[in-house]
Write a protein that binds this ligand. Structure first.
Ligand code: ATP
Ligand code: MG
Ligand code: MG
Ligand code: MG
Length: 562
């Protein structure tokens, strides 16, 4: 590609409000431009890198047995109403009406569309398992779009969905895709870890996130310094101490439960987005279970939540609200005896500590007309201690360390969350109707591009790994007006292109200083400078990463570049 013919608008200054390296450099090196908040154009160089990442993603997905398709971004509300997420997804879902006043959403994700597609087309166990994926633009009206491509409102995702007749089949495909994801991020040169994640909004069991270790990451990872153990801090086991008035501190033992569906019911009842609001942590103390509801999002519906759990302000809790809380607790516990006690502790960001003691039997609760002294005990929230650096790792190997992570991928065993809600069923071997068991698997393709830029740069600009670089070679004649230099540079450009290299040719009439600075900023792995010794056929080759410089004859180039 001739630089005079393409669009690489480089900038000398660091753009205001670009806080992180990848954002600054992708703008400065002319890979992208902002259109509006969280919305970007990928310029030719940016698009080139995107395509390289996409090629790796496709290779690994295809290799794992997934098949590509392409679904609509514009989605009718009816599907989201069927799954229930029209009501629970919250303001991140971009909603709109068509000219007939019918509701639509711009796809934030595609569980609904794919579930409706597969339910209509697949009826028998003989057609399962089936794994489909797409690479497509997604829309999420993020509250805080930031860091350029890392958190956009319009971004590119690879999303895959698998459908199964039984759990073993899901486990098998999940493991295959887990490996494919590891391959993808390894091939992108990223320093990443797969971590145990929180099943949050999606409702389901096993889930892992792929986290690129980076100081600017928004998630905290707790990992063992000697073993493979790693967890998103949201899911990392918590050691908690707990104190009631007049009682000594006690250690709480964390109980793992997986039933998030009931959490979803509660949040749906509260009209808060389960994704952003509620996480449950369950502890055992003596014979009692303590359910801690942790809110991630401070602004949504504070009052309602406060009402639901506010001990002492009895009239705030209606029977329905209490029941929802009980469902939540009981659902998380699984089967429990009716005599058991559950204690609910809710934390909001404001750290208003509220709690109540309820019987496990849903009808036997004490929220209504309670006597605060009799029915509530006060727990200091500050006493809850989340896992900390230096703690022994939960797998017994090594010590916990913390790191910040950028979530580039997420794999998830959905179970029957969508197939039940949307009646995606099949006939099993015995002719019985069963809901399909599902998995979903996402990769932030545009976020991965930014994560690579974040990891591969120096004070002069971007430093692309060879397999993701927008071009492999950058040819720069020092003085394009010099006949000899210009013709040798053109000759090399043509012959190297013919040999199959991707070459960027700086044929602009710019000062050498400008060309070299741009070249460093863009970060193509190998630069070939054609200068004073062009007459002898001698050129200079410079490795962007190491700064290493070699003078060599043009005929030696192909061998050396290999
Ligand atoms: P986050 O926690 O960062 O908000 P998420 O958990 O909401 O991400 P998923 O629903 O798991 O995201 O989507 C799959 C992948 O899509 C994520 O792992 C991430 O790489 C990417 N992604 C999600 N939101 C964005 C965004 N706003 N901009 C760019 N990429 C995103
Ligand atoms: Mg999100
Ligand atoms: Mg996330
Ligand atoms: Mg996620």
């Amino acid at each position: 590609m001739k630089q005079s013919m393409t669009l690489i608008p480089t900038l000398r200054e660091v753009p205001a409000d670009a806080e992180v390296k990848s954002h600054q450099l992708l703008l400065r090196a002319g890979f992208m431009r902002q259109n509006s908040s969280g919305i970007y154009s990928y310029l030719p160089l940016g698009r080139q890198v995107l395509q390289k990442i996409e090629a790796i993603v496709r290779e690994e997905m295809d290799g794992a047995g997934a098949v590509e398709l392409l679904m609509p971004a514009l989605q009718q509300a009816e599907l989201w109403q069927e799954s229930g997420r029209w009501y629970t997804y919250g303001p991140e879902l971009m909603r709109m009406k068509d000219r007939h006043q019918r509701d639509f959403a711009l796809g934030a994700t595609h569980e609904e569309v794919i579930t409706s597609l597969v339910r209509d087309e697949v009826k028998s166990y003989k057609r399962l398992p089936l794994t489909l994926y797409q690479i497509q633009t997604k829309f999420r009206d993020e509250k805080r779009p930031r860091f350029g491509l890392l958190r956009g409102r319009e971004f590119i995702m690879k999303d895959a969905y698998s459908f199964h007749a039984n759990q073993e089949s899901l486990d098998e495909v999940y493991n295959k895709l887990f490996t494919a994801y590891s391959n993808i991020f390894r091939r992108c040169g990223l320093n990443f870890r797969a971590v145990i994640a929180d099943s949050g909004a999606m409702g389901g069991k096993d889930t892992h996130e792929f986290m690129v270790l980076s100081d600017i990451g928004e998630d905290t990872i707790a990992y063992s310094d000697t073993s493979d153990y790693a967890a998103n801090i949201e899911m990392a086991p918590v050691t908690a101490t707990y104190q009631k008035a007049d009682e000594p501190y006690r250690e709480l033992e964390k109980v793992h439960t997986e039933n998030q569906k009931s959490i979803e019911e509660v949040s749906s009842y509260l009209k808060v987005s389960p994704e952003s609001c509620i996480k449950s942590l369950l502890f055992r103390i003596d014979e009692k279970l303590v359910l801690v509801l942790v809110r991630g999002d401070h602004e949504v519906n504070d009052i309602k939540l406060k009402n639901l759990f506010n001990a002492g302000t009895v009239d705030l809790a209606t029977p329905e609200e209490t029941k929802a809380a009980m469902n939540c607790a009981v659902g998380s516990l699984g089967p429990i005896g009716s005599g058991d006690n559950i204690e609910i502790v809710a934390d909001h960001a404001v750290r208003a500590v509220v709690n109540g003691v309820c019987g496990a039997n849903q009808e036997d609760f004490h929220f209504v007309n309670v006597n605060s002294d009799r029915d509530f005990s006060h727990v200091k929230f500050e006493d809850l201690r989340f896992i900390q650096e230096g703690d022994p790792s939960p797998d017994g190997e090594g010590t916990i360390k913390f790191a910040m992570g950028i979530e580039v991928g997420h794999v998830f065993k959905l179970g029957t969350r969508y197939s039940e809600a949307m009646q995606a069923t099949f006939l099993d071997e015995n002719g019985r109707t069963q809901p399909m068991i599902m998995g979903c698997y996402g990769i932030g393709v545009s976020r991965t591009l930014a994560a690579v830029a974040e990891q591969f740069n120096d004070e002069k600009g971007l430093v692309w790994p060879a397999n993701l670089a927008p071009f492999q070679l950058h040819i720069i004649p020092v003085n394009i007006k010099d006949e000899i230099q210009s013709s040798l540079a053109s000759e090399l450009y043509s012959s190297l292109k013919v040999s199959g290299y991707e070459v960027l040719f700086d044929d602009r009439q710019e000062r050498p200083g400008v060309k070299f600075a741009d070249s460093d900023l863009i970060g193509i792995p190998v630069r070939i400078t054609v200068g004073k010794r062009a007459a002898e056929g001698i050129v200079e080759m410079k490795i962007r990463k190491t700064g290493e410089v070699l003078e060599l004859h043009k005929d030696e180039l192909p061998a050396v570049i290999e």
